[in-house]
Design a protein around this ligand. Structure first.
Ligand code: MRU
Length: 353
């Protein structure tokens, strides 16, 4: 079994088909943007950072064998593919950020470099750098988030609750919220981790539980509806979740169910953290209400493992994400640049976009 969502070497990309976890570890080759788009849309790969990485790397493998007749042709090709990749899923900002960055990068390189092939290879190298950067950002934010949490809570061994999957499988490796937990565990500061099922898609029971068991971290799975009782009775010290998009005022879009966990945490006086690389922060939007929330097919709610469990004829609403208002993020927003209060975010990361 593997915790590596993305396997890449120049010219060759494979992704772990997460639809088959935790029963089977099957890698599938991605040969270009079309495959990348499909893998993202169908959730074979998911999690905001992994979506951006697979999108960009799918372009890199498609670009490598192609000879472009001019820099103009290369630029148009790249812009068109990146634009297409951003349409696979609407909420996570990372792939939009990556598309913006890479479109500017190729434009800038074209103005400095004469040879079209060299511009292409520079772009591929830039995309490859994103993989390493994501890993080092995860490790940095994991450490910073863990240190902040330990200090705020004032205990040596923590009971931590997390939601959805934010680990190696959602990133280049290590993880964001699960990166904080991984760091705490490596430093022997974990008493216990609770992970939610994360209905309706079960990223918690299928993926986070799998990662926690794989890493031998003491952990317990709970249904989403058990969170308030868990907080009341089990001594949870802190909550940490990831995000698909954090906007300028600190409002945070993350997996559906995050908002109600934040409300319960506030009620019980439990610090609530968001852990993200700065690629998940979108300072171009002011309020959470500006974020487009993806709605997914009803079958994800009505069926479990292909078997219909809901009464025939019932209508369904299946938003994949919700927005947690900044005032409920009481612990902080942990990034590779530091841990910030929502109100500090704009100033701390000004110039990022
Ligand atoms: O629908 P998904 O599985 O892509 O949703 C994933 C999440 O909501 C994660 O919490 C978020 O992307 C952060 S992953 C580091």
């Amino acid at each position: 079994m593997s915790l590596l969502a993305i396997k890449y070497k120049r010219g060759h990309l494979e992704i772990l088909n997460q639809l088959l976890l935790p029963h089977e570890s099957v890698y599938e080759e991605i040969t270009g943007a079309e495959d990348g788009w499909q893998a993202i849309r169908t959730m074979k790969v998911r999690g905001a950072p992994a979506i951006a990485l697979v999108g960009a790397l799918s372009l890199a493998v498609e670009l490598l064998p192609v000879s472009f007749s001019s820099k103009e042709e290369l630029k148009n090709f790249v812009a068109e593919k990146l634009q297409y990749l951003t349409t696979a899923r609407p909420t996570a900002v990372n792939i939009m950020e990556a598309a913006k960055h890479l479109t500017l990068f190729v434009k800038d390189s074209s103005s400095k470099i004469n040879d079209t092939e060299t511009v292409k290879v520079e772009l591929i190298t830039e995309i490859e750098g994103m993989l390493e950067k994501d890993l080092s950002d995860n490790k940095a934010l994991g450490r910073l988030g863990a240190e902040h949490m330990l200090q705020l809570v004032g205990a040596d061994k923590l009971k931590v609750l997390t939601h959805c999957n934010t680990g190696s499988l959602a990133t280049s490796g290590f993880g964001t919220a699960l990166g904080v937990i991984r760091h705490l565990s490596e430093q022997d500061h974990i008493d216990h981790v609770f992970c939610t099922e994360t209905r309706p898609y079960n990223q918690g029971s299928r993926l986070t539980a799998y990662e926690l068991v794989y890493e031998n971290i003491p952990s317990t799975l709970v249904a989403d509806s058990m969170v308030s009782l868990l907080m009341k009775t089990k001594g949870v010290h802190a909550v940490v979740v990831g995000a698909d998009r954090v906007v300028a005022n600190g409002d945070t879009a993350n997996k559906i169910g995050t908002y109600q966990i934040a409300i319960a945490a506030k009620h019980h006086g439990i610090p609530f953290y968001v852990a993200v690389p700065s690629t998940s922060i979108d300072l171009s939007l002011e309020h959470g209400s500006d974020i487009v929330i993806e709605e997914r097919p009803a079958e994800e709610l009505t069926n479990v493992a292909g078997v219909r469990i809901a009464a025939p004829g019932i209508a369904c609403w299946n938003p994949a994400f919700d927005v947690t208002p900044a005032e409920l993020i009481t612990g902080g927003i942990a990034t590779e640049c530091g841990v910030f209060k929502p109100s500090e975010l704009k100033k701390a990361l000004a110039g990022k976009n």
